[in-house]
Design a protein around this ligand. Structure first.
Ligand SMILES: O=c1ccn([C@@H]2O[C@H](COP(=O)(O)O)[C@@H](O)[C@H]2O)c(=O)[nH]1
Length: 604
């Protein structure tokens, strides 16, 4: 159907992505309550724009997503069912749209204006909203008010003028279009890496709060628990159990996030009346949940029907956000898909990219550099590239340049692959989005400095981590290992499944996510072949200088790892107890600038 029923006029046809895309495998299952879910979008609102797979799978932009949501809302009306739009947080740190703002600006302020243009029914705060006080303040002042009580920060406060208050609201109670009464929360995992004057209350304490007890006291038709907290291996059971203690049968729908994976658990406590879903990262996934919930209680009571106790039928699907997916599920064609609203969002995002000069070119990347599809160290590894780029970029106009050094950063500071071809400001910010500073400790004997990286990696390496270190790192937000584990598993499973590669070849599948989760049936909307996977260390360093063991050198490191680094330095030597007093600023060059400076020198 290429006639635009929604707006009565035909829009210009949008170009398809440069590579042909596989269509979804089957229509979505619609039930009485349906949810479209986004999480960990991190500023990826212009879609993934590179032509190499898997990037085209995720090429839909936020304007396309807006048109998709509009058409899905129309379908929900036609089907006379509920459809909610939910986000689980982390809107900051990830692309030029969020992080390419001019000096004096606030991270993600401009990109969040586009988020505000979508009809979200519920949103939860993420840890990336809390690394910098001004970002949190912006969410409080400029973001939360747009959502009229539906931007939730159940356990997160900001202190303004000495008064601590929720960034959004603690909970929300609302009615769906079909009259279902909803009680909603928006919870953050036990994050400890937040800035001064923001607070995160442990989930364990939150469920003991008076407001919490009051909020869940009356029985709604269902609980909608959004949160920036993984659906596996985290604290959802604490909230679930607190609700279940009061309401043994009320349906509970959980929408989580944070680990960047596609994940689903059909029922946290095997009670058949709950389900949890997590929908990936970077607008690489749009999640779909459907639940066959009974009619609103108020209608049932009116009809004299009994309390419903049966297991609930749930489904889930992980959609690749692109126009082929969106058009398939909305029954639209390339001429009838775009809404005027969606197109204006696309135009606005393109204008913002221009204003931020995101296509400014630093050089031409000679080939692809990946985070996990190539071994570390290797020519094709982003981490190896960073190890090579740090000594170049951090010593520009630096009076300490001639002093031998070792430069260390955390691998998690690198967030995305670099593709061959023009390397732009946007590419720089997608690969390295954190505006972190580089610090140094002078006169560290080489014999001690050279032990820091291996010691950090021992402390961080999966197999050797002790529980206390693992817990501390997790609380500070380190979840890269969980994502890597997930991608590794899908690759390994494929290698170990007999005939898998022949079947893939026969089906001509493109690269992408191949999810296995704890819910029945296949979750991925579009079948793919998994990406190759190579593991990497948690921390990386520049090449060691060729000096004697007792030579004093500069130990340079990114500020994000300061406390761990000092702790480790004091473990590997006993000559001196180092403290923050020994730390100075090494250079004004920020982590976000390193790859651009390197590219200007090496790739021009
Ligand atoms: O200044 C910073 C802030 C964060 N990081 C890295 O980000 C992750 C947390 O990101 P999620 O999206 O919440 O997983 C943290 O583990 C660090 O690896 C950083 O490097 N610098």
């Amino acid at each position: 159907d290429d006639h635009d029923h929604a707006h009565g006029h035909v829009h210009a046809k949008r170009e398809f992505p440069s590579a042909p895309l596989t269509r979804p495998s089957r229509p979505l299952q619609w039930d009485s309550v349906n949810i479209i879910h986004t999480t960990d979008s991190h500023g990826w609102l212009l879609g993934h724009q590179k032509p190499s797979f898997p990037e085209p799978n995720y090429s839909g932009d936020f304007g396309d997503f807006s048109s998709f949501v509009t058409h899905m809302k129309e379908l929900a009306l036609q089907k006379d069912v509920d459809l909610l739009l939910v986000d689980s947080g982390d809107l900051h740190d990830g692309t030029g749209l969020s992080d390419g703002y001019p000096t004096g600006g606030v991270d993600a302020h401009a990109s969040n204006e586009f988020f505000k243009q979508l009809p979200y029914d519920l949103l939860a705060i993420g840890n990336h909203e809390l690394y910098i006080y001004n970002n949190t303040l912006d969410m409080y002042r400029n973001f939360a008010p747009r959502f009229n009580g539906r931007y939730l920060s159940s356990n997160v406060n900001i202190t303004i003028d000495g008064v601590s208050r929720p960034v959004g609201d603690r909970f929300a109670k609302f009615k769906t279009r079909k009259g279902r009464q909803v009680t909603a929360l928006g919870v953050l995992f036990d994050f400890t890496g937040n800035d001064f004057n923001t607070t995160v209350q442990p989930v364990e304490d939150m469920v003991k709060e008076h407001w919490f007890t009051e909020a869940i006291k009356d029985e709604p038709d269902f609980f909608l628990l959004a949160g920036h907290m993984p659906v596996s291996r985290d604290n959802w059971p604490l909230i679930f159990n607190a609700v279940r203690a009061v309401h043994p049968l009320t349906p509970i729908l959980i929408l989580g996030g944070h680990t960047h994976i596609r994940d689903c658990r059909e029922s946290l406590q095997l009670d058949g009346r709950s389900m949890s879903l997590e929908s990936g990262r970077y607008m690489e996934t749009v999640g779909w949940m459907s639940a066959e919930l009974p009619a609103p209680k108020i209608h049932r009571r009116h009809n004299g029907e009994d309390h419903d106790t049966k297991n609930i039928t749930f489904t889930r699907r992980y959609l690749d956000p692109n126009r082929v997916t969106y058009e398939y599920h909305t029954g639209r064609g390339n001429f009838s898909f775009d809404t005027a609203w969606g197109q204006s969002i696309t135009r606005g995002l393109e204008k913002l990219a221009k204003t931020f000069d995101l296509s400014f070119q630093y050089g031409v990347a000679p080939h692809d550099f990946t985070l996990s599809q190539s071994p570390f160290p290797s020519n094709n590894s982003v981490l190896s590239l960073m190890a090579e780029a740090m000594p170049v970029a951090l010593t520009v106009n630096n009076s300490r340049a001639s002093i031998p050094n070792i430069m260390i950063t955390n691998s998690g500071s690198l967030r995305f692959d670099i593709y061959s071809g023009p390397f732009t400001k946007n590419d720089q910010l997608t690969a390295s989005p954190f505006a972190d500073s580089f610090l140094y400790i002078a006169n560290v004997p080489f014999s001690a400095a050279s032990q820091v990286l291996p010691a950090l990696n021992n402390a961080g390496a999966n197999e050797r981590r002790d529980i206390a270190v693992e817990t501390e790192l997790y609380a500070r937000g380190y979840v890269g290992a969980r994502y890597r584990e997930w991608v590794q598993e899908m690759y390994q499973r494929d290698l170990e499944t007999e005939g898998a590669s022949a079947r893939r070849a026969a089906a001509n599948l493109t690269l992408g996510y191949v999810t296995t989760d704890s819910c029945p049936g296949v979750g991925d909307d579009t079948p793919h072949t998994p990406l190759a996977f190579f593991d990497s260390p948690d921390f990386i360093a520049s090449a060691s200088p060729e000096v004697t063991d007792d030579a004093p050198i500069d130990l340079v490191f990114v500020d994000f790892i300061e406390s761990q680094l000092i702790q480790i330095l004091n473990q590997v030597q006993s000559e001196k107890v180092f403290t923050t007093e020994d730390v100075g600023t090494y250079t004004p060059v920020l982590a976000t600038e390193i790859l651009g400076i390197f590219a200007q020198q090496a790739w021009n």
